[in-house]
Write a protein that binds this ligand. Sequence first.
Ligand code: VGL
Ligand code: ZN
Length: 212
Amino acid sequence: MNDDTRFGDEGVLIIVDVQNDFCPGGALAVPGGDEIIPIVNGLAARFRNVVLTQDWHPRGHSSFASSHPGTKPFDTIAAPYGPQVLWPDHCVQDTTGAAFHPALRAPHAALVLRKGFRRAIDSYSAFYENDRKTPTGLTGYLRERGLTRLFLAGLAFDFCVRYSAEDARREGFDAFVIEDACRGIDIAGSVAATRTSLNALGVPCVNTHEFA
Ligand code: VGL
Ligand code: ZN
């Protein structure tokens, strides 16, 4: 385990938001979200370098519909930084919902990158918050460690995985989305839009069996 060199020293698996609230029974459950866990665990065992991201909101976060009277989850509002989908309260800091799913196994993950911790800004991407200018520091971390080939898996395909993969490409990394290791929320065609956008940006969507 972990000494498989096929992804090289420059390859890194970024496991996005495999948290209780995004799995069945959670506050913002992604359909079939927990089905990816065995696949993700199998991938993690084959990567020397693994990064986990964790959606990590304060109570009363501005992305919660409950913070905006008269709205309901999945409405879109005009935030100061642009359109923002409103969500059920989810991934509140230090709650069970925000914890990683108990079946997730990535003991050698070197970094847990938390995002969405500023009350006034949501953050789908692991690189930039939704104002598209506030960096999380992940680019610097990856560059300093010489990690240049990024493989993304996790939840949700059409939000945090999508935005992270797009930003990775824009930041000049090679990026691949491992689609069978992701599940989508699929609001108003967002899964199809994600495939189109990733394709246009040169981010291949691949499947685990292609690595066999
Ligand atoms: C996510 C919606 C809100 C995600 C996070 O992980 O894709 N989606 N917060
Ligand atoms: Zn969130």
